[in-house]
Write a protein that binds this ligand. Sequence first.
Ligand code: MG
Length: 172
Amino acid sequence: MISDKMHKAINNQINAELWSAYLYLAMAMDAEAKALKGIAKWFFVQWLEEQDHARIFENYLNSQGAKVVLKPIAEVPQEWRDPLDMFKDTLDHEKEVTRMIHDLVRLAIEEQDFATLSRLQWFVDEQVEEEENASGQVSDFEKAGKDSAMLFRLDCMLGDRQYKKAEPLTDK
Ligand code: MG
């Protein structure tokens, strides 16, 4: 069993993960509209991954006998100046998600909730990867600047990204 406070906090995190999914879907749509097919593909994969994150928390609440309560998903931005702008927003957003995950870790420690702490460890590691990826894209697009050949190459490279189901869901 988990506490009501932890139940509520994880419910909020499910909403935040779905908001992230919605944000990246909006980025994919904006990239599609601008014929940036590779970038659109990259954000589509990101959209799928965020839904996995929500699913992992949903499964966890279910396994703890705590019902998931879905809340409305707030509006997301719809347009970005260029790919650099998109990836800067992605990095800022992932830093914010890291802070949220760390707040959950702090709460689990405070409550001596070792099961939740164990589940959260995957997210702590995942956030390191999310920030590393986003900051890599920011630095690549900064280097490319306005060089259209470089921008074209980056778009092609990002289009190679393949979706892989998150490890905690592979046996579900
Ligand atoms: Mg996430």
